[in-house]
Write a protein that binds this ligand. Structure first.
Ligand SMILES: *[C@@H]1O[C@H](CO)[C@@H](O)[C@H](O)[C@H]1NC(C)=O
Ligand SMILES: *[C@@H]1O[C@H](CO)[C@@H](O)[C@H](O)[C@H]1NC(C)=O
Ligand SMILES: *[C@@H]1O[C@H](CO)[C@@H](O)[C@H](O)[C@H]1NC(C)=O
Length: 383
């Protein structure tokens, strides 16, 4: 009888692969396989929705519905060239873009929930207003967007339901055999295609050249670098063989869960791996960045200081801090001092009363009866 047993494998200093059973403490990679599992049913649901909704593919497709549904698809995007690229050439990847939108927003809002700018507008399908200026926040959003698209496309390719791409069967660089076992190539996340698609898609938002475009490209390179991080290639292997013997291992490359990549990108922002550049536009000599000494090429770059996020200005993606919840007992970024007082706002304490279940008892048979007890919650908001 054959046994299938999940094992993860990684390199130590690029030397021989190490194999860890799924019960080992190295659960990080086990988690990444879970993410693919959880991605699957959802992507299929969206896929069905897409076929019926956006692409209008149904048993009675007519010329009229095709035209209107192409228009519906085009309306998802800011620019015509971006729409054409996706709707005409890669409509099977809209599902991946929507997954990227969802995952990207979740990670951005989690990372910034305590900050002055709380990631109130994040989008991948459309350029969010915060990216209208070349700020640090825009730099983070560009890097995160590229990574999110590349990640979800690479995984959707590996699942194999789409025609735009397939899984990657090339990238495995494991030893063909060692003394005890043989390795076989599995179906890896298609990171190469994911990165190419993400780069093409995002570059079609702003065609041409100019400081904003150039800065976007530089910051997307940081996103790509994080996705491509080859320090410890996350190979996941399955044993195929007589029960327990594990003489043949099928291994494939699986990207870590997106939150891990998002954390690496937010580290650039929060640990000051950012750098302010100047755009030098000298007639006759062309234009280029001027990177100050020590800026290097492994930093998020920005050109203008952040706008005053105290003030509501939706054009630059700022909702203002009025109405934000704050913590009066801390000195951190989400303190009332920082979010309200420094913005010239006061703060009030609000008591919210709700009801919760209490005094629950088991009634024979088989019911649980509870009373409703009032519950008070107190929080502070800037006003
Ligand atoms: C961030 O680093 C730059 C140099 O890259 C430095 O000039 C700046 O003062 C640093 N900012 C903070 C808040 O540490
Ligand atoms: C983005 O800015 C435009 C004006 O440039 C505004 O009409 C729109 O509501 C803003 N979008 C968001 C989500 O705030
Ligand atoms: C961001 O802050 C605004 C208030 O300025 C609030 O309405 C909004 O719900 C917050 N968004 C998130 C994602 O927390």
């Amino acid at each position: 009888m054959n046994s299938m047993q999940r094992t993860s494998i990684g390199y130590n200093n690029g030397m021989s692969p190490t194999i860890a059973g799924s019960s080992s403490p190295a659960t990080g990679r086990g988690v990444s396989t879970l993410s693919l599992r959880t991605l699957l049913p959802w992507s299929l649901v969206v896929l069905v929705w897409l076929f019926v909704g956006v692409c209008g593919i149904s048993s009675t497709t007519t010329t009229t519905t095709t035209t209107t549904t192409t228009e519906n698809c085009l309306q998802l995007f800011d620019t015509y060239s971006q729409g054409v690229y996706v709707c005409q050439h890669h409509s099977d990847l809209i599902v991946a873009l929507q997954i990227a939108e969802e995952l990207g927003r979740e990670e951005c809002q989690r990372a910034f929930e305590r900050e002055m700018w709380n990631c109130s507008s994040f989008s991948i399908l459309r350029a969010p207003n915060v990216t209208s200026l070349a700020t640090k926040e825009a730099a983070y959003v560009h890097a995160l967007s590229l990574a999110a698209i590349a990640h979800s496309v690479a995984k959707v390719c590996a699942v194999g339901d789409v025609t735009s791409c397939s899984c990657d069967t090339e990238r495995l660089e494991l030893p063909a055999t060692d003394s005890e076992r043989r390795y076989a190539m599995g179906c890896s996340d298609n990171v190469g295609f994911g990165l190419t698609f993400a780069t093409n898609f995002l570059h079609k938002r702003h065609l041409g050249v100019g400081p904003l475009q150039e800065i976007e490209r530089e910051n997307m390179r940081i996103g790509a670098r994080v996705v491509q991080d080859e320090d410890e290639p996350p190979y996941v292997c399955h044993c195929i063989g007589v029960s327990g013997s594990c003489t043949v291992l099928t291994c494939q490359y699986e990207l870590p869960e997106f939150s891990q990549l998002a954390h690496r990108i937010q580290d650039y922002y929060f640990t000051n791996r950012t750098c302010k550049v100047r755009w030098n536009n000298i007639v006759g000599e062309g234009s280029a960045f001027v990177r100050p000494p020590g800026c290097g090429d492994n930093k998020l770059i920005y050109m203008v200081d952040s706008p005053n996020y105290c003030v509501r200005d939706v054009v630059v993606g700022s909702l203002g801090t009025a109405g934000r919840k704050c913590d009066p007992h801390t000195t951190g970024p989400n303190s009332c001092e920082n979010l309200c007082t420094r913005c010239g706002l006061g703060h009030v304490s609000i008591e919210e009363s709700t009801e919760s279940n209490c005094w629950c008892e088991f009634v024979f048979c088989c019911e649980i009866r509870c009373s409703k007890c009032p519950e008070r919650r107190r929080y502070h908001v800037c006003t």
